[in-house]
Ligand binder design. Structure first.
Ligand SMILES: Cc1cc2nc3c(=O)[nH]c(=O)nc-3n(C[C@H](O)[C@H](O)[C@H](O)COP(=O)(O)OP(=O)(O)OC[C@H]3O[C@@H](n4cnc5c(N)ncnc54)[C@H](O)[C@@H]3O)c2cc1C
Length: 379
């Protein structure tokens, strides 16, 4: 197929993955990013088996493995450490031929950046508008610069400007809970497993991301009006919410630098279709914002990147190719949004842990049957 000029808005994880996928096919890409630099910031992230399968197809999986921690097992536990359900990740890795990796979010971004020539990423370019004219998309940034491409990908995250310009609603559905996230020193005896522990209306997750670091997150049911509460002593506050919970939860909280803790309101968005119009489409959170309960938001954006690249040239008409991409991605992304939402609702109920502990095997939260379809990414 003819080589295209493609403009991608957003140098986040989805934007960079799509840049690599399209560049691998010989297309010319330009990534417009509003930030003035791409720093190694953020907490941790889990790239699940399907996300790593997508990265394999892009040829960047080994770099990501090098920068992260291979996960052996993922388990759900009660607040006092009783086992609720276990994902045998090592066995699934063999079955699906791809691992699950815990990694620093900033390091994941840097790993992807290695594959993109520096001059393809234009920083301090906040996209303000676009117009389609004569089969081309003209993208205008806040400083008045104009970029012209054959098509435009809005990979500009949950508050996507491109999405707004396409006249889709930007309304979020607040999930009713918030999440604190941080990275701290990995205790010497901590294994390479992910654990998420459930209590009453709150959960605590532990994800090793290197031989020396561990990423933890703590969720708590939060009426939306309480969200902005400032805590004089944030460590004390989080520690008291998880008082009496199993080891090493208190150790991790206490060994964290309070300044490194971030808090996010958890929300998702109802899906819509089609994502784009004409020679404009969406990718990643801009298209399918989801709650983080499955650790899938970024993995789904990696899948988007692979499928989008596969769809280009499938017809003689670029616009139809973009609609084909959206068509192939829509229901899988929507199922993921719904499953993540359901897990979040279940996990933040009062007595959630007790109900989960007593549930039959096939009704346990995140039993592996629930997730075969997710891990099994076929481009
Ligand atoms: C608490 C939490 C935990 C999570 N954990 C996981 C996990 O373990 N595994 C997983 O797979 N996913 C996880 N996710 C989801 C994951 O973080 C997102 O799905 C992923 O980062 C989305 O990538 P993106 O490229 O679509 O958007 P983003 O990463 O948000 O990138 C968007 C980019 O666009 C830029 N931008 C925005 N507007 C403009 C503009 N007008 N002009 C130019 N640039 C612009 C932004 O600066 C940014 O760089 C988690 C999410 C949360 C909230």
């Amino acid at each position: 197929m003819r080589k295209l000029d493609i403009i991608i808005v957003g140098a986040g994880l989805g934007g960079l993955a799509s840049a690599i996928a399209l560049q691998n096919l010989g297309h010319r890409i330009t990534v417009l990013e509003k930030a003035k630099e791409l720093k190694e910031v953020g907490a941790g992230i889990t790239v699940q088996i399907n996300g790593m399968k997508a990265l394999q197809k892009l040829g960047v999986d080994q770099e990501v493995i090098k920068q992260g921690q291979l996960i052996q097992q993922a388990g759900i536990y009660s607040w006092d450490g009783q086992e609720i359900s276990i994902d045998p990740i090592d066995e699934l890795t063999e079955y699906f031929n791809a691992p699950c990796v815990g990694i620093h979010r900033g390091r994941l971004q840097q790993a992807l950046l290695k594959y993109i020539p520096e001059d393809k990423i234009r920083l301090k370019q906040k996209v303000d508008n676009f117009i389609e004219k004569d089969q081309k998309v003209h993208v205008i940034t806040e400083d008045g610069t104009e970029y012209i491409g054959d098509f435009l990908i809005g990979a500009d995250g949950v508050h996507s400007k491109v999405r707004t310009l396409l006249n889709h609603s930007n309304d979020h559905v607040y999930a009713g809970y918030s999440i604190w996230r941080a990275i701290c020193k990995r205790p010497a005896n901590l294994n390479s497993n992910i654990s998420v522990s459930w209590g009453d209306e709150r959960r605590f997750g532990i994800v090793p991301i290197s031989s020396t670091e561990v990423y933890w997150f703590a969720t708590n049911k939060t009426p939306s009006e309480d969200f902005n509460t400032e805590y004089e002593d944030i460590l004390h506050h989080i520690s008291s919410l998880f008082e009496g919970w199993h080891d090493p939860i208190q150790t991790l909280i206490q060994s964290t630098d309070a300044k490194a803790i971030t808090r996010t309101r958890i929300a998702d968005r109802d899906m819509f279709f089609p994502w784009g119009i004409g020679n404009v489409t969406l990718l990643g959170d801009a298209a399918h914002m989801m709650t983080p309960n499955l650790g899938q938001g970024c993995c789904q954006s990696f899948e988007d990147a692979v499928v989008l690249a596969n769809c280009l040239g499938s017809t003689e008409n670029l616009e139809l190719d973009l609609r084909e991409y959206e068509n192939r991605r829509h229901s899988r992304a929507e199922d993921t949004v719904h499953l993540a939402r359901a897990i979040g609702i279940r996990g933040h109920k009062s007595g959630a842990w007790k109900e989960a502990l007593n549930a039959k095997d096939d009704e346990k939260p995140l039993n592996i049957q629930d997730r075969y379809w997710l891990y099994d990414f076929i481009a």
